[in-house]
Design a protein. Structure first.
Length: 398
């Protein structure tokens, strides 16, 4: 059916964990302020996992309307997830359960638009459920490349299912149009995670250290390492290699937990042990302290997309390890290195010697803010049957 223009569009804004929730907050705020939109949060993945911080509590504390809690873990008769949380067959099982959960939520609540960010397997599950339930999809951060992770294929698949694309860079827009997406449906908005940085106010270094458990008030390294989901990579060995490099450099470390991908808990175990032994700090979920961490850190080390997208806005040098972010556009603050202890230590020292002043972030919004541009685009996208019709005409084909 088609909806009267006077009715606010009900948005199902899907978030899978602490990282994408922080990026989505500017979108939630802009949508909440828009008279034609009514946002709800559909929380899944790590948000509902106590070992990963149960960050649904933060969403509730922020007072957003929660439209659905979609569990992606199979539960036993007492409502507990059985088995090892990061088993090799964990991702396909979680994906299957999440498709069912999102389908039930979309059928029950009938949102007008499903808003998806990025490329996680839970996000792909939501896209499949929305497409089959006839819910138009607005996808954020499509058109990017990360060939070292299975997320790359997930992102392509979500693009094919989506009806509106709010992309972060000009090159990302060009890629989607080259794939056959309608130019009218591909809007360059910039990265919404940068909106919060525009109004960022740093807290004193000592106060920040007390907040996150990082002793002293001097320099430190911000470390985030996620599993590499393509290739036969031993996550425990991968984390151990990083720890040896960090020990060789000899600086204090603030480490954040890996994501919920298979082997993430193995990485966390290694980093937690090293932090306890060396007097470093480990955080399951920094939340609003993460921008403070990027502001105060001397360098960032690991393979997180935040090092590629957000860190440049702080002039923060980044040591990007391995291939997880291979292909993603860089702003000039990133130093790539292989996953070898000597190379990592050497590149960290190089990063510490660089000056990040004057770096222009290529993911910045071309307008007042990405959140507002995204909300405006969603408020203007077609609804009803016309929204579900997609052209597929790559340029150059007769």
């Amino acid at each position: 059916m088609d909806y009267p223009a006077c009715m606010p569009r009900r948005l199902a804004i899907v978030t899978t964990g602490r990282a994408d929730y922080g990026i989505l907050v500017p979108v939630l705020r802009a949508a909440d302020a828009h008279p034609g939109l009514a946002p709800e949060v559909y929380a899944t993945g790590a948000h509902l996992s106590r070992p990963h911080g149960h960050t649904i509590d933060r969403i509730e504390a922020d007072a957003w309307t929660i439209g659905a809690r979609v569990h992606s873990e199979p539960l036993d008769g007492e409502g507990n997830p059985p088995g090892h949380p990061d088993a090799a067959d964990d991702m396909p099982r979680k994906t299957a359960r999440a498709v069912t959960g999102f389908a039930e939520a979309f059928i029950a609540r009938r949102p007008d638009v499903c808003v998806l960010l990025g490329d996680r397997f839970e996000t792909l599950a939501a896209a499949v459920a929305a497409a089959t339930a006839g819910v138009p999809i607005a996808h954020l951060h499509g058109g990017e490349i990360t060939t070292g992770a299975i997320d790359n294929q997930f992102r392509y698949a979500i693009t094919a299912l989506a009806n509106l694309h709010c992309v972060a860079t000009a090159k990302a827009r060009d890629r989607l149009i080259a794939m056959g997406e309608s130019p009218d449906a591909v809007i360059r908005t910039g990265a919404p995670g940068l909106d919060a940085i525009a109004a960022f106010e740093p807290m004193p270094r000592a106060a920040f250290g007390a907040e996150v458990g990082l002793p002293g008030d001097g320099r430190f390294l911000l470390v985030t390492l996620h599993p590499q989901t393509i290739g036969n990579i031993d996550a425990t060995a991968q984390a151990g290699t990083l720890v040896r490099a960090l020990e060789a450099v000899g600086m204090p470390v603030l480490a954040t937990a890996a994501n919920q991908d298979p082997a993430g808990s193995a990485i966390n175990a290694v980093l937690e042990e090293a932090c306890a032994r060396r007097g470093w700090a480990f955080s399951r979920a920094l939340g609003p302290m993460y921008p403070q961490a990027m502001h105060h850190a001397s360098a960032m080390v690991g393979n997180s997309s935040s090092g590629i997208i957000e860190a440049a806005s702080f002039g923060l040098p980044v040591v990007n390890i391995g291939d997880r972010q291979a292909g993603r556009e860089r702003s000039g603050n990133v130093l790539d290195c292989p996953p070898e202890a000597d190379a990592i230590a050497r590149t960290i020292r190089d990063a510490l010697a660089t000056d990040g002043a004057g770096i222009e972030n290529i993911y910045a919004s071309p307008g007042a803010g990405a959140g507002e541009l995204i909300a405006s685009a969603i408020a203007s996208m077609p609804l009803g049957g016309s929204a579900l019709r997609k052209r597929f005409e790559p340029p150059g084909l007769a």
